[in-house]
Design a protein around this ligand. Structure first.
Ligand code: SF4
Length: 212
């Protein structure tokens, strides 16, 4: 059972979280591509993307519950001070305590989310990656800094535009080919970005670099 420090009303601030993995690497995607970062991959996801490449993250019971202090002290042992909270769907958990402790240790805190669960925590950068399989909550539209739409087939361009209209004016817009389809979709994405230059291309460069 996950411990909490606040258990009144709906707010449950978790002092321990189900953790699939955490590791120090280089961010491969989006605006922070190329930045050294400590990745914290929380377990649990109810979104159910058919092409998900981390399906082993879905069942949070399959992963240990780890004290936030232990996660942060491991991260703080590395030289970088950028943390990326990902999943799974990390916002299935209240991450307020995790972000508080990361901030106390001097980290910039980024998150990658489908937006399907309420935002929590003190976040410096929100990457919103909406999925067709579970609708996002509208609160994220004004708050996200980066919209990243995974392109799996042609219909995803219309899906991407549907969200682009809802985002804040300064939100960065990225199209990213789904890894297993990148050879097929890349020419279409290149043409699309040339025609619609508000969009940029995000590649999963960590996969080309063969790093986690
Ligand atoms: S939201 Fe992410 S972790 Fe969840 S199913 Fe989709 S790709 Fe996988």
């Amino acid at each position: 059972m996950v411990k909490s420090v606040i258990e009144q009303g709906k707010a449950v601030t978790k002092t321990a979280l189900p953790l699939m993995e955490d590791f120090y690497t280089v961010q491969g995607e989006g605006v922070y591509t190329g930045h050294a970062a400590y990745f914290i991959r929380l377990a649990g996801c109810d979104v159910g993307c058919v092409w998900c490449d981390v399906k082993e993250s879905w069942d949070e019971e399959a992963h240990p519950t780890v004290k936030v202090e232990d996660i942060v002290s491991k991260a703080a042992a590395m030289p970088g001070r950028l943390a990326v909270i990902t999943g799974g769907e990390p916002l299935m958990h209240d991450i307020s305590y995790l972000t508080q402790k990361l901030k106390e240790a001097g980290f910039q805190v980024n998150i990658e989310t489908s937006g399907a669960h309420p935002l929590s925590g003190d976040l410096d950068w929100i990457t919103f990656s909406p999925k067709k399989f579970k609708q996002p909550l509208p609160e994220i539209y004004e708050k996200a800094h980066e919209l990243k739409v995974v392109v799996f087939n042609k219909s995803d361009f219309a899906f991407a535009e549907e969200f682009a209209e809802k985002m804040a004016p300064d939100c960065k817009l990225y199209l990213q080919p789904e890894w297993s389809k990148h050879e097929k979709m890349m020419p279409l994405i290149v043409d699309y970005v040339k025609e619609n230059p508000k969009w940029h291309i995000s590649l999963q460069t960590h996969k080309f670099m063969q790093i986690p």
